[in-house]
Design a protein. Structure first.
Length: 754
């Protein structure tokens, strides 16, 4: 073991340097990401004053693993259900901002005369604000509980999804000669198909598996299982033509819907932090100071494009989503930076050989500058709004603040049921079609060769017939559900009874779904047999009719659907049981400029042990505590006599200003850390009572051993091997030997007096 592998030497150099630099950045209250980038620059060959990393290829491999785990944990924090419940407001804001910033990126690229591919990658990098940096800035500035911060985080979740899609599209386009619309559409459809298949299959299998093995799971096993699933999906994703990072994100989003999501996020955090740090260090290693000096104008232009573009178009996007001007400006100004996804997209471009070498140092430098300016941009929004408010006529401000994106639901009459019914039918048809298509591909790709190999050539036709029967049986629950589902729903029934004119289109929806189901059966039969097409159409119709009439198929279809719904809602059930689910009335508070926020009581808070009446939060801050969450217990509408404990979570109702003042006070009113730990060491001491001792004739109570000396009596020595536990009224006698526990200084004071 005298010769240490270069990889171990490089890892030691990276982690030691990163540790020192991040400690400095932590002291300066700067994001750790910038510290990792600086550490990477220090250990790179571009910084000749220090030792450099030797094995770049291995470090790059570890960095790719870091990207995979970063996106896996990002998926764990993502929820498809959460996106669906957001409504259109954050979707409108996110799409407006992303499209506008991409146009700015393309414009800047053309301004400098770069290639089309460089322009597309720059557009992707500029469109994505940094979730990590913004969240850290909100936390440091005490703004996490404010309403505009939650709006920004909702849009950032959507941007992360768009970034994943953009990475796949850019990767696909980089493999061709031209970025034509057909190829882009094909990439988008492939992504959608992959997500639907694995999300549905994953939600059917993964929560069921975790529920079955839950008694066998501890933290160590859960971490191994979760990371194993992540790597499995990453490998599978690369096999079907996508990146490993995309597969990791999909598995993270599947696990996000399970009861174990928070626990998985906690146990994999150290692994993510380690490999994530290596990734960001590898980012810094590609920074070349000479290129930065040469490209100073490019860096300046891109930085200004981000700051001005996000401030203007970000504000505009949030206004379109229905936010007043002041809130929209605070949201838009908060997003004026780029971060981790810019590095990931740039790494993708470099690995594919389509990105100029100068681009990476430029993007990293721009990210450092905009990250440093993020807190100032957040603070700058309010003064800018004040300036605009003074310059614009009051009627303009009022008109802008009335902008709303709320549309009527259309459910007031029976005709209003058309939209939700058609939407649900379309979603069901798409999902069941994707699943049926996946079964066909699986059968023809894997089952067909196996059957051909197992059966002799003379029975080749029977092998094809057997494969067709197996494929149709596997598809049958999904094809039946496609045709039958929603035909007996409340919407369908109301429309059928409301008007005779509704009945032909309703019947048409059934016929259309029957035709789609027949197409799957027809394709299987046609690809495996040589019968006439007219005969095969009749066979397909007969098979679909049998599926509809089959009671056993109906029972199995209902059972599968119930299991899927149970898995989909299992996390909601667990949150209700633990009392962590957000209250239903939360959304209605926003109409009155107040909202509900969760604040955490620090472990060393001086509020701990006090009742709500003693804390008097209503008079001090003007807020109301609606509930206290303590472990698995939830205390709704707590009384003044309820006590606050360390690590409690308080659901508090108030305005942005009130909640900010409350959180600032809560975080500052803490017991200071004890630095003199040596003096707090406890000692066990043996004392003999002399005839002259003031303890003679006094009892354990009257001696005030605890009150005066802050020491605790342990026992009275009867012999060398035995201590007696005396009563508090025992009177000390000369020659008694007592054992006492206390801190060093208190023991010294007792020794002087005894």
């Amino acid at each position: 073991m005298d010769n240490i592998p270069s990889l171990v030497q490089d890892l030691a150099l990276i982690l030691v340097t990163a540790g020192v630099v991040t400690l400095i950045f932590k002291k300066l209250k700067q994001p750790l990401v910038l510290g990792y980038i600086m550490a990477g620059f220090i250990v790179s060959p571009n910084f000749p004053l220090t030792v450099s990393v030797v094995d770049h290829e291995n470090i790059e491999t570890w960095a790719n693993i870091g990207v995979m785990f970063l996106l896996f944990t990002l998926g764990l924090d993502f929820s498809f259900k959460k996106i669906l419940k957001m409504g259109m407001a954050p979707i409108i804001a996110a799409l407006t901002i992303v499209f506008s910033m991409m146009m700015i990126g393309v414009t800047v690229s053309r301004l400098f005369g770069w290639s089309q591919m460089n322009g597309m990658f720059l557009a992707g990098m500029l469109a994505m604000s940094s979730t990590t940096i913004i969240y850290k800035a909100f936390d440091d500035m005490g703004l996490k509980q404010q309403q505009f911060a939650s709006l920004v985080m909702s849009v950032l979740i959507l941007e992360d999804i768009l970034a994943i899609v953009m990475m796949v599209i850019l990767g696909a386009l980089a493999g061709g000669d031209a970025a034509d619309g057909g190829k882009m559409l094909q990439s988008i459809l492939s992504i959608g198909y992959f997500i639907i298949i694995w999300f549905v299959v994953g939600l059917f299998l993964v929560p069921t598996f975790l529920r079955r093995v839950r008694p066998l799971m501890n933290d160590e096993v859960l971490m191994i299982v979760a990371l194993g699933m992540c790597c499995f999906m990453a490998v599978l994703s690369t096999k079907v033509g996508f990146s490993s990072a995309f597969g990791a994100f999909v598995m993270g989003s599947i696990l996000a819907e399970t009861v174990e999501a928070k626990k998985i996020e906690k146990v994999v955090a150290p692994v993510k932090d380690l490999f994530g740090a290596i990734f960001f260090v590898s980012v810094g290693m590609l920074v070349d100071a000479q290129i930065i000096v040469e490209q100073w104008l490019t860096i300046l232009v891109i930085t200004l494009a981000i700051l001005l573009g996000q401030s203007i178009f970000g504000t505009f996007g949030f206004m379109l989503s229905g936010q007043p001007l002041k809130t929209a400006m605070r949201c838009g100004f908060s997003m004026a930076q780029i971060g981790e996804f810019a590095f990931i997209i740039a790494s993708l471009g470099l690995s594919l050989g389509v990105l100029g070498d100068f681009m990476y140092p430029v993007v990293v430098t721009v990210s450092v500058i905009t990250t440093f300016l993020t807190p100032y941009m957040i603070r700058f929004a309010v003064p800018v709004y004040g300036f605009i408010e003074k310059k614009l006529p009051a009627s303009w401000i009022q008109h802008i603040n009335r902008i709303s994106n709320i549309a009527p639901s259309g459910r007031g009459s029976a005709e209003g049921y058309w939209k939700p019914l058609l939407r649900q039918m379309a979603v069901n048809t798409i999902i069941y079609s994707c699943l049926s298509g996946a079964i066909v591909v699986f059968s023809q790709t894997f089952l067909h060769p196996i059957l051909r190999m197992l059966m002799p050539p003379s029975l080749e036709m029977w092998a094809d017939i057997l494969l067709g029967i197996v494929t149709i049986l596997l598809m049958s629950p999904f094809l039946r559900a496609m045709v039958i589902k929603k035909n007996k729903s409340e919407e369908f029934h109301a429309l059928w009874l409301a008007s005779r004119n509704n009945r032909p289109p309703l019947i048409f929806t059934i016929i259309l779904r029957i035709v789609i189901a027949m197409n799957f059966v027809f394709y299987v039969c046609y690809s495996l047999t040589e019968f006439n097409k007219a005969i095969l159409i009749c066979v397909a119709l007969a098979i679909v009719v049998l599926m509809i009439m089959s009671r056993s198929l109906k029972a199995s279809s209902i059972k599968m659907e119930r299991l899927f719904i149970q898995n989909l809602r299992s996390k909601d059930y667990a949150e209700r049981a633990k009392g962590t689910k957000r209250p239903l009335f939360e959304g209605r508070l926003l109409d009155h400029d107040i909202h509900i926020a969760t604040v955490d009581v620090p472990q060393n808070s001086v509020w701990a042990g006090k009742t709500l009446r003693e804390l008097n939060l209503g008079s001090r801050f003007g807020v109301h505590v609606s509930s206290i969450i303590r472990g698995y217990q939830k205390i709704n509408i707590p009384s003044g006599s309820d006590t606050v404990f360390p690590l409690d979570q308080l659901n508090v109702i108030g305005s942005d200003e009130q909640l900010a003042n409350l959180n600032a006070s809560l975080q500052s009113e803490v017991v200071p850390e004890e630095l003199d730990l040596q003096g707090k060491d406890m000692q066990l001491k043996r004392f003999g009572i002399t005839p002259e001792s003031p303890f003679v004739g006094k009892s354990l109570i009257t001696s005030q051993l605890r009150e005066k000396y802050n020491c605790m009596f342990v026992g009275l020595e009867e012999d060398e091997d035995k201590l007696l536990n005396i009563t508090p009224f025992y009177t000390f006698q000369p020659a008694d030997i007592i054992w006492v526990v206390g801190e060093e200084d208190d023991i010294k004071r007792l020794a002087e007096d005894i």
